[in-house]
Ligand binder design. Structure first.
Ligand code: GRF
Length: 283
């Protein structure tokens, strides 16, 4: 798409000149119109008429950015960021996906702490190298579950953490922990809950012979893999030759799902209706 150079009004607080649209910008036009999340954010900018929306779209295209990546016009990016804490016990691949999504601006949050309950968890080294403050609090050093939870929560609160993401954290949280962050703790589980809660969910699904399994992100309550469901992604079993392959395919989806679910919860207004999460439309 080509356009000659012209100056456009200052309605949005800046003047700008259109340029020749590159293929990349043209592609972002398509993304913009296809992406319901971005379309959903337009009314929040106070734009009502089609002409105003078109002006805004033009402006952002001329800056060579999509609406989502433009801090000036994307309300999600200008809002104060949420402070996250992430708890892990091992490899931490879900943690990495969350950290990277926060760093890229895809999730409107900053990771203030990573805590492991296991000495030598590989995810901790990765997070430290990334400049994130980390703690190792082995649960065996504490006399009870709650004593351990109190130490973890104390550290999260000291860091100003508002939301907690469990990412392969192999511990059931005490009711005391859950109440310390009411409806502000997320977990990811490698099955379509309520099927196959607990350990080895992928093997249980494989052995059971299900046609489809997948992963679930849910709010955490005091029961194992049980709280309200935020998002799910189904994965077919048949294409995979072994449970290891299936596990790998689910893990890939986990990384995408966790970021999607977190982004949605942090950027949209929502409430609980029983176990159901109801998102409120932007007015
Ligand atoms: C993931 O499969 C997650 O669903 C489960 O534990 C595993 C953790 O993997 N809760 P990673 O440490 O995030 O790589």
């Amino acid at each position: 798409m080509n356009r000659s150079s012209r100056t456009v009004d200052r309605r949005w607080g800046v003047s700008y000149k259109t340029r020749t649209w590159s293929a990349q910008v043209a592609q972002s036009v398509e993304q913009w119109t296809e992406n319901p999340r971005v379309r959903g954010s337009i009314p929040r900018l106070g734009t009502t008429s089609k002409t105003e929306v078109a002006h805004l779209r033009d402006l952002i295209f001329c800056m060579g950015k999509t609406v989502e990546r433009c801090p000036r016009y994307n309300p999600l990016m200008t809002k104060a960021k949420v402070k996250l804490g992430i708890l892990i016990s091992g490899r931490g691949s879900n943690m990495k996906a969350i950290v990277e999504a926060c760093e890229s601006g895809e999730v409107p949050a900053t990771v203030e702490r990573v805590i492991s309950n296991r000495q030598g968890a590989p995810g901790i080294d990765w997070a430290r190298d990334r400049g994130i403050e980390c703690r190792v609090l082995p649960h065996r050093d504490f006399e009870s579950r709650e004593a351990h939870d109190r130490a973890v929560v104390g550290d999260l609160k000291a860091a100003g953490v508002q939301w907690v993401c469990l990412a392969g954290y192999m511990r059931l949280l005490s009711p005391w922990f859950v109440e310390a962050f009411p409806q502000r703790i997320l977990n990811i589980h490698p099955s379509l809950l309520p099927a196959f809660p607990g350990l080895n969910a992928q093997t249980l699904a494989w052995d059971y012979g299900v046609g489809w399994t997948g992963c679930t992100v849910h709010l955490v309550d005091a029961e194992l893999d049980h709280g309200p469901i935020v998002g799910q992604q189904a994965v077919p079993v048949e294409p995979y030759a072994s449970v290891d392959e299936l596990q790998g395919a689910i893990l890939k989806q986990e990384h995408l799902l966790y970021v999607r679910a977190l982004r949605r919860l942090l950027s949209q207004e929502w409430r609980l209706d029983g176990r159901r999460i109801v998102y409120c439309q932007p007015s």
